[in-house]
Design a protein around this ligand. Structure first.
Ligand code: OGA
Ligand code: MN
Length: 294
């Protein structure tokens, strides 16, 4: 079986065909997928009606899976397995969350441009998002090409930001939308973690900006200066020329490389069910150590 690779956006997004994600991956297919993701950053698969176990099995080809953060509250009852990110508007009884539900308000943070798990010392490498039920309109996911954004920066700005270390926590990202409802024991676990601002993407050798809504400080800079620089860089990196919008169909699975992309969710009619399941492949080492070793 040979997969087909149909570029939707040069060196950024490709559609993959002639593959059944329920089946074990042979070496050649894994190699072809790795080549495609190293080049593109975002891969789209259609008509993949997989269950959680099949999604986990496919995802493990790419590395160890993250477990989800369960610390929200002691009374939090998860709907899905510990390896599945619940990207839905449903509670554990599959009822649509009410407007003021804390889980809904927290999840609204996904509407800000981010890179997954950049608030963890060891962040995410790949995210694999599988659409089980989607609304007829809205609820798209947008992706920004952070390698192209790096390439397009003025040389003086490249020199300025290279070597900068940012600090990331969900306290910063949620705070931007006025969500501050954390318990003291949560705040303790959410201390900011260091992340490099510029990465070299191992699969392509290209440099990439590494930004995220979770970034809220830059080491050695005054806070307003840091926040303004982060805002300017995110504004630069999310210009329409660097952005691809994915409109979901049930059965779609999208893989993205968090090392060289950002993404965000878009609004939809929340009286409709939107149910996507995410598996996340860990990047293995902290970015600050990866940089030191390079
Ligand atoms: C995610 C995420 C965006 C969306 O799954 O990590 O940010 O469109 N999802 O739901
Ligand atoms: Mn995300």
């Amino acid at each position: 079986m040979t997969i087909t690779v149909n570029p939707l956006s040069p060196n950024f997004v490709a559609e993959i065909g002639n593959i059944d994600l329920r089946e074990p991956l042979d070496k050649a297919t894994f190699g072809a997928l790795s080549d495609a993701i190293n080049k593109a950053g975002v891969l789209v698969f259609h008509d993949q009606f997989i269950d959680d176990e099949q999604q986990q099995a496919f995802s493990r080809n790419f590395g160890d899976l993250e477990t989800t953060v369960r610390a929200f509250r002691k009374d939090f009852v998860p709907r899905l397995d510990i390896h599945m990110g619940d990207i839905s508007n449903l509670d554990d009884q599959n009822r649509i969350l009410v407007k003021n539900d804390r889980r809904r308000l927290n999840a609204l943070g996904n509407r800000l441009w981010h890179s997954d798990s950049s608030f963890k010392r060891v962040p995410a490498r790949f995210s694999l998002l599988s659409a089980r039920v989607v609304p007829d309109e809205g609820g798209e996911t947008q992706f920004a090409d952070m390698r192209a954004a790096w390439d397009a920066l003025p040389e003086a700005m490249k020199r300025r930001v290279e070597g900068m270390i940012c600090e990331h926590t969900q306290i910063f990202s949620r705070g931007k939308i006025g969500f501050t409802d954390w318990a003291p024991e949560e705040l303790e676990k959410m201390a900011p973690v260091p992340q490099v601002m510029v990465r070299t993407h191992p699969g392509s050798g290209r440099k990439s900006l590494y930004l995220s809504s979770h970034a809220g400080r830059i080491q050695g800079m005054e806070e307003p200066d840091a926040l303004l620089l982060l805002m300017d860089l995110i504004e630069h990196a999310t210009q329409p020329r660097f952005v691809h919008t994915h409109t979901w169909r049930a059965g779609d699975l999208v893989i993205w490389d968090n090392r060289c992309t950002m993404h965000r969710a878009r609004e939809y009619d929340e009286t409709k069910v939107r149910d996507l399941h995410r598996t996340t492949v860990s990047d293995g080492v902290p970015t600050v150590l990866e940089q030191a070793a390079a």
